[in-house]
Design a protein around this ligand. Sequence first.
Ligand SMILES: [Zn+2]
Length: 343
Amino acid sequence: MSTLALAFDLGGTELRGALVERGGEVVARVSEATLAGAGSDAVIGQIIALADKLLKAHLQARVVGIGMCAPGPLDPEAGIVIGPPTLAGWHNVPLIDILSRQFGLPVRLENDANAAALGEWRFGAGRGTESMVFVTVSTGIGGGVIGDGRIYHGRRGLAAEIGHMTITGEGDRCFCGNIGCFEAVASGTALGRRATRLTIAGDGSLLRRLSNDGDVSARHVVEAARAGDATARALVDAEARWLGIGFTNLLHLYSPEVIVMGGGLSNGFDLLAPGIRAAIDERAMAAYRGVPIVPAELGDRAGLVGAASLILREGEPGTALAMVQNEDTRAGGPTGAREAGHG
Ligand SMILES: [Zn+2]
């Protein structure tokens, strides 16, 4: 049997686990609701139980390590989950140490947006590029930047907080406290909120009929726009324009070969794409205009296969990064070996 990695995608609502092959194929998958309010010990217990379940069901599997992704903020080098807002009771949890001791395997950790970016880059819509920006547009907006063949981490691994770049001076306040964040004006949540404000319960509009006269969501807007509803079409056009403005910033900042859009709103990508393109053509400097904007390919497994790739493409069997200093200075270390099979 081929070499496999155990992968975990720890989210605030769902904990997913998988066995992943070197080529990004998911061999087996498990998931359960995250005990998000129960503290780190309980959730780590869930991870260990799911890992045991996967390993027992695949006794012949040659598992070489564990790739993990979790919500930020986290320190990927030290392997520490610092304190995600969606997980109660997690304060500086040394997750790599804990799991590598438990399983005797190398463990690597990355934040969920970066892991999804790695997944799309290595196995999905960004395959074969050296530079790519991944943007996930759903409840919020997040992302990851691949630059010159590697993920861009920045100071303390905090780079690529795409949702919190300021793109306007007005509008609703973002949960981060600022006005005008990309996320506050262009996320699926923001789109749903605009649709809700434009309509009234009981007004007979398609948007309200789809939402059973409750709050309208981005999914309802996409559905109504597909059915030709004029209000929904106008909302989609405005949404596409905001996305295009944000993507123009990303083109100017990172000059990627491609921008990959994932998240729930990418279900409406075909409707949004012309408006996104028009906003970019209007705003981007000429040299940046032709860059493809494409939908993500891996759906909700991007984070899992990206996390697995930390082991399968970069991993150092027999070591855990948290215990090894100066990992990257070793001859032929992860940077040298990293993309041997890529492209
Ligand atoms: Zn913000």
